[in-house]
Every structure is written in structure tokens, then in C-alpha cells.
Design a protein around this ligand. Structure first.
Ligand SMILES: [Zn+2]
Ligand SMILES: [Zn+2]
Length: 138
């Protein structure tokens, strides 16, 4: 096995640009082991753990977790300050107002789609069902 000399600075830079990557995936990119990446980053004094990005459940903007805090907010500051927000219907695309709290509650329960009324919801699911059937038959 050929020994590859990897520049420590390259790895540190790469990690700096891609904080979400784990040591294992950095190692794969550079062709070295996960453990070696961890050693290099520790030597340089960089954090080795991958930063998991969080997104606002309302507007989808990325939220940066405060260092040393375990609690991750579900909404960005901007959305938090607004009690009523505009969301778009996943079926017809129409914007409609909804309480920000409700949007968060729904996403917590696993509802990934928003509809502005029952008929849009029905139409949406029917369309998807039809597509699934078509895919299955073709
Ligand atoms: Zn937001
Ligand atoms: Zn609609």
C-alpha cells in the first residue's frame, strides 16, 4: 500500500469549509483513515465532530446552534418574532396565513406538507397516488 503524504493544512482547510463533514468522509476524500483525520484535526486544534446543520421549520433557513447548548431552536429568530406567517399551499401554491406555532407543531408530528384547505390536501394525495400507480404499471 502506497503511503500518501497528506498536507495537514489541506485537511484543516477542507474541514473549515465543510464543517458538516465527518472525519470518515474527509478521510475517504483524502484517502486516509478516519482516525488519521481525527489526529490531524486535534493536532491543529480544530473541532473533529461534524456540525449538523439545523433548518428553520417555518422558512427553511439554516439555524446555527449556539455553542455549548443542547437545545436547538425549531424556528429562526425572524420567524419566532412573527406570530402569523405566510405559508404556501403544496398543491396550488397559494399563500395563506397560519400561526407560526401551528406550523412547528405540525412538522413535529411529521406533517411535511401544508395545504390551505381540505380539498387541496385531497387533490394532492390523489395526484401522488395516481403517479405511483403509473410508475408501477409502466
Ligand atoms: Zn424561519
Ligand atoms: Zn391550495
Amino acid at each position: 500500500m502506497a503511503v500518501r503524504i497528506v498536507d495537514k493544512v489541506d485537511i484543516a482547510d477542507y474541514k473549515g469549509e465543510n464543517p458538516c463533514l465527518s472525519c470518515a468522509s474527509i478521510g475517504r476524500t483524502f484517502g486516509i483513515s478516519r482516525e488519521r483525520v481525527r489526529q490531524i484535526l486535534t493536532d491543529i486544534g480544530q473541532k473533529t465532530r461534524a456540525i449538523i446543520p439545523h433548518y428553520c421549520k417555518v422558512c427553511g433557513k439554516q439555524i446555527f446552534k449556539k455553542v455549548g447548548r443542547r437545545y436547538v431552536p425549531r424556528m429562526c429568530e425572524e420567524c419566532k418574532s412573527q406570530r402569523i406567517i405566510l405559508v404556501s399551499c403544496d398543491y396550488c401554491g397559494e399563500l395563506f396565513p397560519r400561526r407560526a406555532k401551528l406550523v412547528v407543531t405540525l412538522s413535529k408530528r411529521g406533517y411535511n406538507h401544508t395545504f390551505h384547505n381540505y380539498s387541496c390536501q385531497q387533490n394532492y394525495y390523489w395526484q401522488h397516488k395516481k403517479r405511483a400507480i403509473n410508475d408501477f404499471c409502466s
